[in-house]
Design a binder for this molecule. Structure first.
Ligand code: FES
Ligand SMILES: [Fe+2]
Length: 406
């Protein structure tokens, strides 16, 4: 079916009800493994902020698509990444989640093979040499990494990885005016959710749930109280195209500048934002499948999604501020961060509720309504990534529609 046959052309919406992904895809373990082997192994996946691995020799270990990856800073201070597996007989190299390699050596705890910070094998535990063994052929297996605004991503596809800028550059461009690379983490929030990772993204991609699930947020973002995300979600938006009322325009309620308990900015606004960016109050950028970032006038919040198994995932959020803002005595971090934490808890509960019903479903799949156009686009993206025939050309539409979203 063509894109035109599914997406409305004059507003953001589906013209026809569409089937969801099969419900079994949210709990079936074989399907989960299939998604790890494709979506999570062949895309750029967010690991951490670059400044969380600071000095030469410092490292952190990440679970990625069923593998483990060591991210470290080499002697030159450059970030690099390797599989957490020794080239001798495959032992796990790092047992801790992070630390610092002493004297610039990564030493296997099994037979003491030793690698330098560039992954080169520099010593083995063997006293004798053997024919057919060249240390140069047995360095650590590298993992491709890329940085954007201080966010470090890895891609297990290595040399076959699609270029970062080609796959995510457009999707992340809405935040080009934020000084992301210079920001520092002021607060962290983590929670394990009893749901498949896809349910989190689907919930993120619609606001039909907002009136019921987020009463507090709907006060701050009045259009959410209508079950809509942005102005053009309303089929009749042209009738009120110039109306600046927050229930129509999608900006924060009158008088509010940011996501905070009272709507006021906690610290000085970032310079460099456009009037439109300041006016709307929140700007989203998405790096599928692992991260979304929200830019506010005074801080940035990143939300990382990590699948744990077919019915569990972890959410890791970080609040990022200009370094001087973190020294501002007027910054009440607990009060500020509690606002978005509440929203994430509400979303988490909704996702877990969704998960609990899927096994009891009598039908093989559900159905998407007009407002769920972004859920449809997400599900089309999943189908594409899995090599299944998409129902429409959603990949292209997704990039173009993102730009329209505050
Ligand atoms: S498995 Fe690492 S040194 Fe033997
Ligand atoms: Fe929500």
């Amino acid at each position: 079916m063509s894109r035109e046959g599914i997406f409305a052309t004059d507003f953001n919406g589906l013209t026809e009800a569409q089937p969801t992904l099969p419900f079994a895809w949210y709990y079936d373990r074989d399907q989960y493994q299939r998604e790890l082997d494709t979506i999570w192994s062949q895309n750029w996946v967010y690991l951490c902020r670059a400044d969380s691995v600071t000095a030469s020799g410092d490292y952190r270990v990440f679970a990625l698509a069923g593998h483990e990856v060591i991210l470290l800073r080499d002697d030159a201070g450059e970030l690099c990444a390797y599989f957490n597996s020794c080239r001798h007989r495959g032992s796990r190299l790092c047992e801790q989640g992070g630390g610092s390699f002493k004297r610039g050596r990564i030493i296997c705890p099994y037979h003491s093979w030793s690698y330098d910070l560039r992954g080169r094998l520099v010593a083995t535990g063997s006293a004798r040499t053997v024919a057919g063994f060249d240390p140069a052929d047995h360095g650590l297996s590298p993992v491709a990494i890329a940085s954007w605004g201080g966010f470090v991503f890895a891609n297990l596809a290595g040399a076959d990885a699609r270029p970062f800028a080609e796959t995510l550059g457009e999707e992340l461009s809405p935040l080009n005016n934020w000084p992301l690379a210079s920001l520092r983490v002021g607060h962290r929030f983590s929670k394990t959710l009893a749901c498949n990772w896809k349910l989190f993204w689907e919930n993120f991609n619609e606001c039909l749930h907002c009136p019921r699930v987020h009463p507090g947020l709907c006060q701050l973002v009045p259009i959410y109280g209508r079950g809509l995300m942005v102005r053009k979600d309303d089929p009749h938006w042209r009738d009120r195209a110039d109306d600046d009322n927050a229930r129509v325009s999608g900006r924060l309620r009158a008088g509010a500048e940011t996501w905070s308990p009272d709507g006021r900015a906690a610290v000085a606004a970032f310079t460099g934002l456009t009037e439109a960016e300041k006016g709307i109050g929140h700007t989203y950028a998405v790096a599928m499948p692992s991260l979304f970032v929200v830019g506010h006038v005074d801080y940035v919040r990143s939300v990382q999604i990590t699948p744990l198994d077919s019915e569990r995932m972890r959410l890791d959020a970080e609040w990022l501020f200009a370094p001087e803002a973190l020294d501002d005595p007027g910054l009440d971090l607990p009060a500020l961060t509690a606002f978005a934490e509440q929203v994430m808890l509400e979303d988490g509960q909704a996702c877990e509720l969704n998960q609990r019903g899927l096994r009891s479903a009598s039908a093989s799949h559900g159905i998407l309504m007009s407002e769920e156009y972004e859920v449809f686009a997400f599900q089309e993206w999943v189908r594409c990534e899995l090599g299944e025939a998409p129902l429409a050309e959603a990949r292209a539409s997704r990039a173009s529609r993102r730009k329209e979203r505050g």
